[in-house]
Design a protein around this ligand. Sequence first.
Ligand code: COA
Length: 262
Amino acid sequence: MADDEPVLRPLRETDLDALFRFRARLWPEGDYHRSRDYWDWNVMRNPHALSGQGPPVGLALRGAEVLAECQGLPAALLQAGLPRAASWCVELYTEPSAQRRGLGSRLVAQWISSAGIPLVMGPSRASHPVFVSAGLRPLGVLSSYLAPTGLLGLLLASFRGRGASAGPLPESRSISRFEPDWDPVWRAARGNAAHIRRDHAWLNWRFVEQPEVSYERLGFFRGGSPCGYAVLRAGADARCRLADLAVLPEALGGAAWRPRRE
Ligand SMILES: CC(C)(COP(=O)(O)OP(=O)(O)OC[C@H]1O[C@@H](n2cnc3c(N)ncnc32)[C@H](O)[C@@H]1OP(=O)(O)O)[C@@H](O)C(=O)NCCC(=O)NCCS
């Protein structure tokens, strides 16, 4: 191996400064999603990380300098009700001067080998061929919808549209955190498809404690008991996005609204 041949290996704690120098070099304007504060929340406090497991980041290094990184984020998946370990690929970058030499492909292959079920959302034009040639299969395009009457109106109208069998409209109010009594709601509403597992700890981590992003959380109640929730995120353009939703099938008169992937 030539002396300046990059070395590929998992991130060690002592590489963190070099990793954040690499990120700052690639994004000199400063990107919160690549900051250390965001890392502390997203990686170190992630409730789906297996205890004792370090952050799953693969690095390509020349000496102490990072040339490329591939970061996976652990996710606990339920597939047909069975727990499966999964990992989102959340960062994949090769320093421009080191691109097209196979570093990205090798780091992706290493991530896949330890990911359990590897998941990717929104690959770039450059990374799409890397994932496809590593054997990942595109599942389709993620749709998004705009509700001109406002999202909350749409949610409530949909309760109304379920007919008399659904009973009176559930009461809705803002909730500041998810308590353990929301766990049965998600378990009953989730159905059998594959989902990222939710419970109150994950919901609080994702939708209450996430720095720099604020969500509105709405709880739906029948007779004082939780029967569903919706998490909304207001965009800078005054549009509101639905980030998560689970409603008990009974609250919809038998029809099921289930949480979708993010
Ligand atoms: C995507 C990226 C990480 C690939 O890294 P890399 O080290 O150059 O990857 P490889 O050398 O293993 O390239 C593998 C294949 O990917 C494809 N590819 C890589 N860069 C590409 C580009 N800019 N345009 C089109 N295809 C590209 C090619 O098919 C390439 O194979 P080839 O060189 O034999 O033609 C790198 O281009 C990058 O950092 N891009 C900017 C950031 C980005 O888009 N990240 C992904 C976010 S999801």
